[in-house]
Design a protein around this ligand. Structure first.
Ligand code: BG6
Length: 482
């Protein structure tokens, strides 16, 4: 829509930035922390770029005070971070690790000292390895109880100070990479039936956690964060429009509808049943999903790119289980599901060095869709640019990141003018960090960290980039000065 004048961002808008425990903390085996599935997975040869690990990461565990002080100087309103489950429960369940609980107490208190609202992600992919060994983690329904027990421990300890809770980070991504693509733990490929079962377990864990939180802290705000890639049909051929509908049902609404409505999309379920890969749903599950969907306060959106969809014939392109993890532009491949859809590149959009489409309007699409389809407020829990950065005379000039963020914030502002209720915008990421499979060279932060792929490289010194100073002005002007 076109509005002559923008109303701008609301007064109490939460300008934020984000991180995740495994990607920043390091201290992988300190103070009683248990081993996570990622601690294990990164040690399998060939899994990560140049065999990088999060053993040390960017040492946020020891340097969080310095990091939060920089946030305060920037004027950050909210810091989204995740809690490492094996730091709290080294074995996933059973005895709690007081040193782990204390670390997050200190982290939360440090945020509050500077009036930075802590936004806590309960699960950002690092599951206790003990649970993998005991019962294959998410594959077993037992994880629902263990997850809820872990989450309740967090609510008991931090619920008096933490208002915003995110149950799951990108359930669609960690399950797809874990059970279909072999790229995340447990590294399985094309295990479709298990994939849908795992997702049902994760949905139940999310739902029961939402209900538990609201029983303990009715005022708390809770939702899940979804990796949302809105779609365009490649053209106006009806078969391509139908392929887009298929893609959305199976890749977007399959999660969004559960979080917001407590149900699976009808067409997607018919398809799964026809293939014999639908999840086993127990009596009472759908009621629990429904109840939780009525309690969630927002939809968390991690937005990076849109997808273009085209019909893919039965003898068409398959998933190649490959991605561009090197930053060598142009090496990504077109992927698809024969008989349904494929995902060609969008020739109208520029791409990053890792072949991710850059489409600022997509962030508005996310907000619009969530507003129209679900009538839920939105928290942008991630948005950012992974790029090669370099230090020049002790400074990091990243005009490309500023341009990227500026364009996305402009579109977000339009979404707000259009009536979307947007509560927060968290960039990805605050400091540079381990980009899972892409090592440390794919940098996202406002704050450069002096380290490279090698564990012993660099001083871990923090250097605010140009984008740091730019975002400081954005926050100060409440999004007016972009
Ligand atoms: C999201 C994750 O998928 O995107 C983050 O929640 C991740 O943890 C970010 O780092 C960017 O992805 P990548 O693969 O470039 O690190």
């Amino acid at each position: 829509m076109y509005f002559e004048k923008s109303k701008g961002f609301p007064e109490n808008f939460l300008w934020g930035s984000a991180s995740a425990a495994y990607q920043v903390e390091g201290a992988w085996n300190e103070d009683g922390k248990g081993i996570s599935n990622w601690d294990q997975f990164v040690r399998i040869p060939g899994k990560t770029y140049q065999a990088t690990t999060g053993d040390k990461a960017v040492d946020h565990y020891h340097r969080y005070k310095e990091d939060i002080r920089l946030m305060a100087e920037m004027g950050l309103k909210t810091y989204r971070f995740s809690i490492s489950w094996p730091r709290i429960y080294p074995n996933g369940r059973g005895e709690v690790n007081e040193a782990g609980l204390k670390f997050y107490d200190d982290l939360i208190n440090e945020c509050l000292k500077y009036n930075i609202e802590p936004m806590v992600t309960i699960y950002h992919w690092d599951m206790p390895q003990a649970l993998e060994e005991a019962y294959h983690g998410w594959e077993n329904r037992q994880i629902v109880d263990d997850y809820v027990h872990y989450a309740k421990t967090l609510f008991k300890r931090y619920g008096d100070r933490v208002q915003y809770w995110i149950t799951m980070n990108e359930q669609n991504v960690f399950t797809k990479h874990g059970w279909l693509e072999g790229m995340h733990p447990p590294g399985k490929v094309n295990e479709f039936k298990t994939f849908y079962q795992v997702n049902h377990h994760a949905n139940m864990a999310h739902a029961k956690t939402v209900i538990a939180l609201k029983e303990m802290y009715p005022q708390a705000k809770v939702g899940a964060s979804f990796a949302y890639g809105p779609t365009y049909a490649i053209d106006n051929k009806p078969e391509n429009a139908m392929a887009k509908a298929d893609y959305d049902d199976l890749n977007n609404y399959f999660w969004l509808d559960v979080y917001a409505y407590g149900r699976y999309p009808v067409v997607a379920m018919k398809y799964l049943e026809s293939k014999g890969i639908a999840p086993q749903i127990e009596d009472g599950d759908m009621e629990i999903l429904k109840k939780a969907s009525q309690l969630v306060d927002f939809m968390g959106v991690n937005y990076y790119q849109t997808k273009t969809i085209e019909y893919n014939p039965l003898d068409g392109v398959q998933a190649s289980h490959e991605m561009n993890h090197t930053g060598q532009k142009g090496t990504a491949k077109v992927q698809g599901v024969p008989g349904l859809y494929k995902i060609p590149f969008n020739k109208h959009l520029p791409t990053t060095d890792w072949d991710w489409a850059i489409d600022p309007m997509g962030i508005r699409m996310c907000c619009r869709e969530i507003t129209s389809r679900y009538a839920l407020p939105v928290i942008i829990s991630e948005n950012g640019l992974g790029a090669f950065d370099k230090v020049e005379d002790g400074q990091v000039h990243d005009p490309y990141r500023i341009a990227y963020l500026k364009a996305h914030i402009e579109e977000l502002k339009k979404a707000i003018d259009e009536g979307c209720e947007v509560l927060a915008y968290c960039t990805w990421s605050y400091t540079d960090l381990l980009s899972w499979l892409n090592g440390y060279q794919k940098r996202y932060g406002f704050v450069y960290i002096d380290r490279e792929e090698d564990e012993n490289s660099g001083t871990l010194k923090r250097i605010p980039k140009d984008s740091y100073y730019w975002y400081k002005k954005v926050i100060k002007s409440n999004g007016e000065e972009l």
